[in-house]
Design a protein around this ligand. Sequence first.
Ligand SMILES: [Zn+2]
Length: 415
Amino acid sequence: MRPDLLDLLRCPFCGGRLALVESGFVNRDGDDVLDGILGCHCCAFPIVDGIPIVHLEPAAAAAREHLDAGRPDLARRAMFGFEAGADAGRFEAAAASPSATYRDIVDALGPHFEGGYFLYRFTDPTYLVSQAVVGAVAETMLAGGGRAIDVCGGSGHLTRTLLGLSAAPPVLADLYFSKVWLARRFTAPGCDGVCCDGNAPLPFARGAFRLAICSDAYHYIWTKRLFASEMIRLTETGDRRRAVVISHTHNANQWNPSAGMPLPPEAYRDLFADVSPRLFGDAALLDDIIERQQVDLSRPTPPDALDRERALTIVASPDPGVFASRAVRTATAARGEFRLNPLYAETAEGDDVRLALHFPSDDYEQEYGAARRYLPETMTVARAALAALPATVVPPGLVEAVRRRVVVDLPMRYY
Ligand SMILES: [Zn+2]
């Protein structure tokens, strides 16, 4: 944990600043705190592996006790849910290996960890829309500086989009320690991670961020009114240059396989009424991205069409400059490295390689089948071109494969 994160952190219960308990156990790496205890007027919160845990779930209490006893190893085990110790060994061996991949760690976390589909996140339709919208809003909001936060950001796939745009490192907040840990190691290296509960007041100062985003999670939040007012409070910068983006939240008027507790469009709009919200249908946004390579925030989806959408995106900002149409660009240089999309299988054909799209399961097909609209069923590329991967610039002969997302810019050591 970088020391300047303390300027942003506030206790979710008393609202007080958090300070490192210098008399307790502290494990540092230079100025950064790896393990230690944060105190406020009312609580003590553990920092484990550089991640402050600002909630009071049982695992956090156990981790704090382990730190009091000088055992950061057991604190980490508690936060990963390995309190029994039975299957911690396999995970800890993977975590200790510098060559371990995101996929290795997810496998070592066991079948109960909902990591399976996250391997394919970078080309699923939900991500395509969220990434395009967040990228467009962030470019406008953060052009003159300012910081962004990704709330309920999971293992950091969208936080990654904010890395080059947020002046100070973007903050990733999520309830699940394992996801924040994965993000900091693989998906969004350099981000600041915080564990907190989206159903409680968010543990940050007023106006700490110009942009607050939440993707594919708002329908799982029960205290939606509190969450909306907290997202607005976090971005109360004192000027117009601020925005909240809630992307991919389910529509209560339509069936969804993993519905959560969705609201109808007008209820979502009411929750953000104080900051000029505009609502968009995710299918309408996806059409624009696929057919026109544009993310168009200048035309909100009309109410009758919005009602028919399964998922919605809310963009709320007092700055009208946010509501514009922008081109969706194809990267020519990788943030990580260009690799074959893990949804594709290779078959040798002489000097060529035939790449074929394979969905990992019927469930994936049902939820993300719209990916077939832009991912080709098959593509043939020269073996020599494919052999140039991994690469940091697009290899000659793979320009079309990158444009079609058969070859993608992935985090280092992703799979
Ligand atoms: Zn407190």
